[in-house]
Design a protein around this ligand. Structure first.
Ligand code: NDP
Length: 265
């Protein structure tokens, strides 16, 4: 289930992440894909986790073509055994991870009481339980890397929705509030072990995310918003992750809100 691409780096690109072992969840599209490309371009070995193997293989091949090193591991982060197997594969192929971008997520707006139960359940399973499964599986590796004196990051994708109240976003917003508040607590426990923990809270970003909407009100909302707002791009989020990991070891950017300039709250 895994594809290792060749071992080399591109000397034409900044190589400040050489020696780092990154894990990116949700790597098959959007923010995860863009971030994996960025981290690999700067010299990190990158493990690519998501369910769609063809997209991961294509990304691993692209990273390889650019001179980087990637490992495509088809993973369902809602499945404990799948995440544990992915963590074991990372350890076996690359050694202990020292950079985890805990990013896989799903947004399905809907009216309370009318939304199909499967839609709210899936958001909780992925955005809450899935995010925690990734933490559970990789924290031992992050602790081991930190104990070796390496720079270590656990970066989690929340949303601006974690902070505000939006009609029909109750469950999604609540799952992201979980992520943001989890990070505050993780920092308390992991910071003293020299593990930096961060949360990124983006506004609307142009990815596959909105393509999963089934609620007509949300489909109309995003279509209208696109008329007046230049949405963030996945590469903007990747650049933010790149900035966080480039800080000196004693600097932890705990919470980063990144919004399209024209998006209000
Ligand atoms: P995408 O839909 O492009 O990416 C979501 C990723 O999650 C995909 O790679 C998908 O891969 C993966 N994924 C979904 N289910 C699972 C699963 N069960 N196991 C493993 N991976 C899974 O959207 P974004 O890049 O926009 O989303 C990234 C994060 O950003 C999410 O947490 C989202 O909530 C958050 N966010 C997005 C915003 C936006 O406007 N786009 C705004 C604020 C936050 P696959 O289907 O192959 O498994």
């Amino acid at each position: 289930m895994s594809t290792a691409s060749r071992l080399s780096t591109n000397p034409a690109l900044p190589q400040d992440l050489i020696g780092r072992v990154a894990v990116v969840t949700g790597a098959s599209s959007g923010m995860g894909r863009a971030t994996a490309l960025l981290l690999a371009s700067r010299g990190a070995k990158v493990a690519l986790l998501a369910r769609r193997q063809p997209q991961l293989d294509e990304l691993a091949a692209e990273i390889s073509r650019q001179g980087g090193q990637a490992l495509a591991i088809a993973t369902d982060v809602t499945d404990a055994a799948s995440v544990e197997a992915a963590a074991a594969a990372v350890l076996r192929e690359f050694g202990n991870a020292d950079l985890v971008f805990n990013n896989a997520g799903l947004m399905l707006p809907g009216a309370i009481g009318q939304q199909p139960a499967k839609e709210w359940e899936t958001q909780i399973d992925l955005n809450v339980t899935g995010a925690m499964r990734v933490v559970q599986a990789f924290v031992p590796q992050l602790e081991a890397a930190a104990a070796e004196g390496r720079v270590v990051d656990l970066i989690n994708t929340s949303s601006i929705a974690s902070q505000y109240v939006y009609g029909y976003f109750a469950v999604y917003s609540a799952t992201k509030a979980f992520v943001s508040h989890l990070v505050r607590h993780l920092r308390l426990e992991l910071g003293p072990k020299n593990i930096r923990v961060s949360v990124i809270e983006p506004g609307i970003t142009d990815t596959e995310l909105q393509g999963h909407f089934t609620f007509q009100g949300a489909i109309d909302w995003i279509k209208n918003a696109a008329q007046s707002i230049d949405f963030l791009k996945a590469e903007d989020i990747a650049a933010t992750v790149g900035f966080i990991v480039s800080q000196p070891k004693h600097v932890n950017l705990q919470q980063v809100v990144i919004m399209p300039t024209k998006e209000g709250i």
